[in-house]
Write a protein that binds this ligand. Structure first.
Ligand code: SF4
Length: 461
């Protein structure tokens, strides 16, 4: 539903406020919409006072995320009406994808709803909402891979959707079936990001390991796989001294070819992110996932022997329906035994429309919270120790920015073993560098997930 609220005919001078909830994948979607709008003459503002339209890119992965997204929307609407001004809101992403038809009636404050798979049409929607006529709507297609560039690392989405239908996850219902982005589109985007100053490419998707399964072969008859894609991306980032990281690999995605690529190609970081969710075979089967603690052990042992210096990240879920005290202990013991460098911990939440929400034996909230807290305490202990183990190393650090607090200015960067936004940073008290510079650092101390670094030598790329 679109309700025009202004009669202007030019986009230039129209300010767009972007608010993004959710994961890195959603950030990428917002960035794509931002780039499309900027290419059509719109400007960005971070101040709702000066905004002509607000785009709220929503998350609906968990019920709490849906609530936060809707609350933000209502808050923006309330602030605008309190100031007696008009600020149309366009709600995008997962909430409209999930609840589409119910929303116009429930959220009359919103001028337009844009599902995740309709976001390439954002310029048309915003222009219609503002009553702006587009000079050349066809430009939208021509700018299909546009990104804006901010900072030294960029997430690049290689796929969307998921075919796995894990019993706790609403993603397949929100984002649809798995579909890989084409290699050409991904590689062009990587090339333009590197040219614009990015030095690390982080490949993301709901299930990155199966990239290419739905694409067939290259013109030369090569099978399209994630390993193939990483090698291609590595070639693009190589002249810049850049890095390639991949996140969200399912255990089955760790093929021999991928292991060899991560081991042998210097640009591909030995940072392995495999969200196991659980290790107990019965719980995994009930989640609709395969595997067991023993199978996972075999996988991680193999990874450790083939990629000796790798860093391991995972995700654990507490309180899935039917999870017993013993099964919860098994997950705890497994995470302790495997000494993951980084672990994200989730509390199970029964999501509308998923199989898990209809399962008997839902674990009481207080028990879920208790198991979650116990696991968080453990993963912090393991994570802080893993971070401290890097003290004494000398390695390259990508500079992400400058931070000032309590009168102290420091450079902030990250090393190969730290995924930006997730795993802590390297703090450098002295030296000069710009965002995107790659500097050689001695890692001299650590606190929690953070590292103190000293620049040894600067190597501008
Ligand atoms: S593999 Fe991940 S995105 Fe896909 S359904 Fe399972 S948890 Fe959700």
């Amino acid at each position: 539903m679109v309700s025009p609220s202004s009669t202007s005919t030019i986009a230039r001078g129209k300010n767009v406020l972007f608010v993004t909830w959710g994961c890195a994948k959603n950030e990428v979607d917002t960035d794509r919409m931002r780039a499309l709008l900027l290419a059509h003459g719109y400007s960005e503002t971070t101040d709702s006072e000066t905004a002509d339209v607000a785009i709220v890119n929503t998350c609906s992965f968990l019920a709490s995320a849906t609530e936060e997204s809707i609350e933000t929307t209502l808050q923006i609407a309330e602030e605008a009406s309190a100031g007696v001004r008009e600020l149309p809101i366009v709600m995008c992403g997962c909430v409209p994808s999930r609840y589409g038809s119910q929303l116009p009636e429930q959220l009359p404050e919103v001028a337009a709803f844009v599902r995740a798979d309709e976001e390439d049409g954002i310029v048309g929607v915003v222009s219609e909402v503002l009553g702006v006529s587009l000079a050349s709507p066809s430009v939208i297609a021509a700018h299909g891979m546009l990104r804006t560039i901010e900072g030294a690392s960029a997430y690049v989405k290689i796929s969307d959707g998921c075919d796995r239908f894990c019993a706790f996850c609403a993603i397949p219902y929100i984002r649809g079936r798995y579909h890989s982005r084409s290699a050409d589109e991904i590689l062009s985007e990587v090339a333009s990001l590197m040219k614009g100053g990015v030095r690390e490419i982080i490949l993301i998707g709901q299930d990155t390991g199966i990239w290419g399964n739905d694409l067939g072969k290259t013109a030369d008859g090569e099978t399209l796989t994630l390993a193939w894609l990483m090698r291609q991306v590595a070639q693009v980032v190589h002249p810049y001294g850049g890095w390639v990281r991949v996140l969200y690999l399912q255990p089955e995605g760790m093929t021999d070819n991928l292991i060899a690529t991560i081991r042998d190609i210097p640009e591909c970081l030995p940072y392995i992110d495999i969200p196991i969710q659980h290790c107990n075979e019965r719980v995994l089967a009930s989640m609709g996932r395969s595997g067991s603690a023993d199978e996972l052990r075999v996988l991680f042992d193999r990874l450790r022997s083939e990629i000796p210096n790798m860093v391991l990240r995972t995700t654990g879920m507490c309180g899935f329906p039917g999870e017993t005290e013993e099964e919860s202990d098994e997950l705890y013991d497994f995470i302790q035994e495997q000494e993951f460098d980084y672990t994200s911990v989730f509390t199970y939440s029964p999501e509308e429309g998923t199989k898990g929400a209809h399962m008997p034996n839902q674990v009481p909230n207080e028990v879920k919270m208790e198991r979650t807290q116990r696991l968080i305490d453990l993963v912090e202990e393991l994570g802080f120790a893993a971070t401290a183990r890097h003290v004494g190393e000398r390695c390259e650090v990508i500079i992400d920015g400058v931070e000032e607090s309590d009168g102290i200015t420091e450079l902030i960067g990250h090393a190969w073993f730290q995924a930006p936004d997730s795993d802590g940073a390297v703090h450098i008290a002295e030296g000069e560098a710009r965002v995107g510079d790659i500097v050689l650092c001695d890692l001299v101390d650590s606190f929690c997930y953070e590292i103190i670094g000293e620049i040894v030598d600067e190597k501008n790329v």
